[in-house]
Design a protein around this ligand. Structure first.
Ligand code: NAD
Length: 291
């Protein structure tokens, strides 16, 4: 079933009709950039919404919001059990709004509504609850250290895992919600704050899910969304001095650029890059029946 065959929920149409800004400090805010990006429904070729095309100053505003939230310890300072409860509530809200998210995904991305319901929403929910549970299972190690001085001395060392700070997440167009939440949830579980940039062609579900995070109790500034081009918005995000970790999924060519920027700044980076899968398009009308 494609977008053309789905009876749209009123809330979906209302969301499409909004003048979308950037999600910063816990709310949608107008971008400084006046440029807009059009979101198209690939099934019908129709324009369905517009979003902000964030510039470098907009990205700076989002990263500084995430940075302020991190250093205030409004999230990192909560106990693991408190963070877990909020993240489980967040998953419940995604489930309650699952049909709306599935419809938005099918509209902007073009995949069948059944795939949106099962993968984008269903798999995302499993992942959200799994990672919420990890919040209370982050632990370090105790090490028996062998230093032969003074003779007979015994030492112990211990490790503790700490949130690194602001995470930048860069997401491709194929599974916008699911891959987006692959980045958001571990960052939040660890106590980090995040600025996430969806693909310019599929920005809607992450903008909506950020509102649900706030409704669940994630503090303002911990979960920010910037929409815009890779060349300006993406590049400004991955090279920002207050970003401590970059998590990228996308093409190999873009991944190489991001790796160079990360190496220059010694930023932690995870790259999940494009494959080489062939796409075979079959037109059954032209196939001759096998005798
Ligand atoms: P892409 O690399 O063009 O874009 C991915 C994201 O990077 C987008 O949000 C884009 O705006 C941003 N971006 C572009 N230039 C940037 C820059 N200089 N700095 C920072 N961000 C920048 O890829 P795409 O076409 O959107 O996604 C499809 C690719 O992703 C395919 O190659 C696919 O194989 C790959 N992919 C791989 C996996 C995996 O599991 N390994 C999963 C999903 C997608």
């Amino acid at each position: 079933m494609s977008s053309a065959q789905v009876a749209l929920l009123p809330s979906v149409q209302q969301f499409l009709d909004r003048q979308h800004g950037l999600f910063i400090d816990g709310a949608q805010q107008a971008a400084q950039s006046e440029k807009r990006l059009t979101v198209w429904d690939p099934a019908t070729g129709k324009a369905i919404a517009t979003t902000a095309d964030a510039n470098t100053a907009d990205v700076d505003r989002a990263v500084m919001s995430a940075w302020r939230a991190f250093v205030s310890r409004s999230w990192a300072g909560r106990t693991p059990a408190e963070r877990e409860r909020i993240l489980l509530r967040f998953a419940d809200l995604v489930e309650q709004n699952g049909e709306e998210l599935a419809q938005l995904e099918t509209l902007e991305q073009g995949k069948s509504i059944n795939i949106s319901r099962a993968f984008e929403v269903g798999c995302t929910l499993n992942w959200m609850r799994y990672t919420a549970g990890l919040t209370t299972k982050i632990s370090g190690r105790t090490l028996d250290v062998s230093i032969p001085f003074p003779p007979g001395a015994r030492y112990q060392a211990w490790t503790k895992k700490e949130p690194v700070g602001v995470v930048a997440g860069i997401v491709p167009w194929n599974f916008p919600l699911m891959i987006g939440m692959w980045k958001v949830m571990p960052a939040l579980a660890a106590g980090c704050s995040i600025v996430i940039k969806p693909s310019e062609t599929t920005p809607l579900t992450l903008l909506r899910v950020a509102e649900l995070a706030i409704e669940a109790g994630v503090p303002e500034g911990v979960f920010n969304v910037v929409t815009g081009s890779g060349a300006e918005c993406g590049a400004a995000l991955t090279s920002h001095p207050h970003v401590a970790k970059v998590s990228f999924t996308g093409s190999t060519a873009t991944g190489k650029q991001i790796a160079r920027v990360a190496a220059d700044r010694l930023t932690r980076v995870t790259l999940e890059l494009g494959g080489k899968n062939p796409a075979i398009v079959l037109n059954y009308r032209r196939c001759k029946p096998i005798a």
